[in-house]
Design a protein around this ligand. Sequence first.
Ligand code: C2E
Ligand code: CA
Ligand code: CA
Ligand code: CA
Length: 280
Amino acid sequence: AKTDGKSTWRRYQDELHDAMMRRLEMRTALNEAVSGDQMRLRFQPIVDLPTSEVVAMEALVRWEHPVRGLLGPNEFIELSEETGSIVAIGSWVLREALRTFAGWRQTVSGSLLRYVSVNVSARQFRAPGFVDQVRRVLAETGAQPEWLLLEITESLVLHDADQVWQDLRALRAMGVRIAIDDFGTGYSSLSYLSQMPVDVLKIDKSFIDDILDNTQQLALVDTIVSLARTLDLAVVAEGIELDEHRQVLAGMGCPYGQGYLFSKPVTADQIGQWLYAHSY
Ligand code: C2E
Ligand code: CA
Ligand code: CA
Ligand code: CA
């Protein structure tokens, strides 16, 4: 029993050590991921709910780690926000998403896609010169401002309001639209929401999951959808996995949605092939 206790402690120490080393190694590797050409994009279709027709794409980042393979954002975005490498990653995502989207728009059926949605982390948005960067990347990629929707979080709009709101207004004056991502998970008050310089609400998947068997959750989503209509905001419901979800949401007048029911995130090539198949 004695030796068991010792080995358990030892194992615990080893695990702790391994976890620390892994984090340290990830930090270093992450700093070189963009310059090392290891970032990738996937695109998930956003659809018109009544018809299920594709109207837009959300760009979602992946990290092709040299040893561990393709990593999802949940494995590195938080760390990159901590270390600041999110600024370089975010710049890369913005440019790559707009470059790819501008390419699609030049194809025969490219106008099926109205815009590309790009996630922007708070730290990236607050970094000096973000608005200028957006303007520059639009010019360099030949993308029109109307083709870009920036997804930000509720907390960014709530904190630090003066500078952030000024930048949001500047972006919207340019023609770029703004969405609040994961809406409902933060703490915006209704009166505040009516004043926010935003265009779209994205309802978080956690609300959609339960709408079929939880009437309270259903009522909540219904309230968000009517609220959005009152405030003249578009709504996108995230995480739609079942056709019953789609029907219920379309029934309450939710105009747009995305989720595995329609498509998982796929490569730019797959979207290109899909556009090609729709061109005749
Ligand atoms: P999000 O912006 O809320 O994106 C939706 C996430 O849910 C994506 O995961 C997507 O693949 C997943 N998803 C979509 N439909 C379904 C569904 O029907 N069922 C399920 N179970 N999942 C679904 P992903 O790609 O792993 O991204 C996770 C989060 O990472 C995103 O959540 C976003 O907050 C962040 N992220 C992704 N790309 C970027 C980026 O380029 N920059 C920043 N700052 N954050 C990003
Ligand atoms: Ca998003
Ligand atoms: Ca999110
Ligand atoms: Ca979400």
